[in-house]
Design a protein around this ligand. Structure first.
Ligand code: MG
Length: 159
C-alpha cells in the first residue's frame, strides 16, 4: 500500500541566527527565526511524513513552547515522524523537496542537503530530491524576508 504526504513551512530571517536548511549549516549573514533550529526544509519533510499517515502535524507533536525543542536539531522531528509511520507499517519510498529563497544561493548545497535529509529519513540519497528556487523577486520571499519549503513524501508498506 502507498500513501502520499505533503508538507509546507516558512521561517523569517533574523540576525544572529545560524542558517540551517535540510540539516546543512549554510554560510549567510542571517539565519532563520524559530524555537528549534528553524530548519524550514526539515519541518516541511516532517509534516509530509506525518501527513501521509494522517498523524497530525509538527506543531501538535513538537510544541514550540516545549523547552525540549529549544534550539533542537530538526532531524529529531523527521526521525520521530518516520518512527511513528513505521509503527503503522509504513516506510519512506522517496521524498521531493523544494526550497524557496531569494538568497543565499542554495544550489551548491543541494547534494549535502539530499544526503542529510536522506539520513534523517533513513533512506538512500537517491531517494531524496532537493530543488532550490528563488521567487523571482516577488513578495516576501522575493524581498528576502524569509524562506519557504515544500515537500512531498511517498510512504509504502513492504511488498
Ligand atoms: Mg517550522
Amino acid at each position: 500500500m502507498q500513501r502520499v504526504g505533503f508538507g509546507y513551512d516558512s521561517h523569517r530571517f533574523a540576525e544572529g541566527r545560524a542558517l540551517v536548511l535540510g540539516g546543512v549549516r549554510i554560510e549567510h549573514d542571517r539565519g532563520l527565526e524559530g524555537h528549534s533550529d528553524a530548519d524550514a526544509a526539515l519541518h516541511a519533510v516532517t509534516d509530509a511524513v506525518l501527513g501521509a499517515l494522517a498523524l497530525g502535524d509538527i506543531g501538535s507533536l513538537f510544541a514550540d513552547t516545549d523547552p525540549r525543542w529549544k534550539g533542537a536539531d530538526s532531524a529529531v522531528f523527521v526521525r520521530e515522524a518516520v518512527r511513528r509511520a513505521g509503527e503503522k507499517g509504513f516506510a519512506v519510498a522517496n521524498c521531493d523537496v523544494t526550497v524557496l529563497a531569494e538568497a543565499p544561493r542554495l544550489a551548491p548545497h543541494r547534494d549535502a542537503m539530499r544526503r542529510s535529509i536522506a539520513a534523517a529519513l533513513g533512506v538512500a540519497p537517491n531517494a531524496v530530491s532537493v530543488k532550490a528556487k528563488t521567487n523571482e523577486g516577488m513578495g516576501w520571499i522575493g524581498r528576502g524576508e524569509g524562506v519557504a519549503a515544500l515537500a512531498v513524501v511517498m510512504m509504502e508498506t513492504p511488498e
